[in-house]
Write a protein that binds this ligand. Structure first.
Ligand SMILES: Cc1cc2nc3c(=O)[nH]c(=O)nc-3n(C[C@H](O)[C@H](O)[C@H](O)COP(=O)(O)OP(=O)(O)OC[C@H]3O[C@@H](n4cnc5c(N)ncnc54)[C@H](O)[C@@H]3O)c2cc1C
Length: 275
């Protein structure tokens, strides 16, 4: 449905070899659609938010956005943004198609501004390298937030995360060190994304999961995907189920878990599992 100015928008959610892609394009697309604009969403991967969420959650959001009238093009690569008369006119795709547009939003992820650190002689890779106390190789320089590639004993490797939780918890960790309460950073990652009427909340890092257990019902627009490796709960993706998300935010930092059978059982009382 064109808006009153006959406007047409293309939200390009291009995958990035660095980070991001998915949330921002979908959030923008959902809002633009609610405002009555026509939206085409372009995505190289075979499903939306493929890097970040389970196939079950991708499928739910893909259905919701499609039902709202967003045209989702999967497995396509934008190769050029075209202009005519000094204004954007559309996007060319690698399969030869051309999608007309008068506004293009490119949500392809970000690169950290690590140049200053590199110029100062600090080790930099996909971010500014810091240890598990968020210290660089120079004991007087810390790096926190999106730009920090930090050592995580909890997850057994280096992480660079882009989230408000990560940035603010990093800040607390360094502030504690500076005020005499030094301890390793051990924050529990959590994220959110509001898309149309749906609230997606994620807790934990689910890399390497081999089993997904659903709690709730996607057809009732309220469910969570509990992600397991073996019997160990790695993380929870919740759609309009804030209680499940908050359960994960209390359980996971303490190293707790519930069995896949308990997660699937609607009658299992999550609060009791917190003790
Ligand atoms: C559109 C968008 C939506 C988002 N939505 C969410 C969300 O829903 N939930 C969520 O958890 N996260 C979200 N994020 C991510 C979140 O905003 C970031 O993780 C968070 O802002 C990181 O904080 P930061 O302080 O590390 O970096 P920033 O907020 O990026 O701040 C870094 C600042 O440093 C400045 N800077 C860079 N280099 C230099 C330099 N050499 N000298 C001086 N200043 C410099 C930059 O200009 C910038 O102002 C979103 C991000 C974007 C872009």
């Amino acid at each position: 449905m064109p808006n009153s100015r006959g406007s047409r928008e293309t939200a390009c959610a291009l995958p990035s070899q660095f980070a991001g892609a998915g949330f921002i394009g979908l959030e923008f697309a959902a809002t633009a659609r609610i405002k009555g604009l026509e939206v085409d969403l372009l995505e190289l991967a075979s499903r939306v938010m493929a890097r970040a969420v389970t196939a079950e959650v991708s499928e739910y959001f893909q259905k919701q956005h499609t039902a709202a009238g967003i045209r989702i093009h999967l497995g396509v690569q934008a190769t050029a943004i075209e202009a005519s008369g000094g204004k954007v006119s559309g996007v060319s795709l690698s399969d030869g198609r051309h999608i007309p547009a008068d506004l293009v939003v490119v949500g392809v992820g970000v690169l950290p501004n690590a140049e200053l650190a590199a110029e100062a002689g600090l080790p930099v890779a996909s971010g500014i390298i810091v240890n598990d106390h968020l210290l660089t190789a120079d004991p007087d320089i810390s790096a926190i937030g999106d730009c920090a590639l930090f050592e995580s004993p909890r997850f057994g490797g280096s992480l660079r995360l882009e989230s408000v939780q990560n940035a603010t918890d990093h800040a607390r960790c360094v502030a504690a060190r500076l005020t005499g309460a030094d301890k390793p950073y051990d924050g529990q990652p959590w994220f959110w994304s509001d898309q149309g009427d749906d609230k997606l909340q994620m807790v934990g890092l689910t890399t390497g999961y081999d089993r997904v257990v659903l709690r709730g019902d996607p057809s009732r627009k309220a469910f969570s995907a509990f992600c397991y490796r073996g019997d160990k709960l790695l993380g929870i993706e919740s759609v309009n189920r804030a209680g499940d998300h908050m359960f994960g935010r209390r359980l996971l930092p303490a190293g707790g878990s519930i069995t896949p059978e308990q997660a699937a059982d609607q009658n299992f009382d999550l609060k009791k599992a917190l003790g």
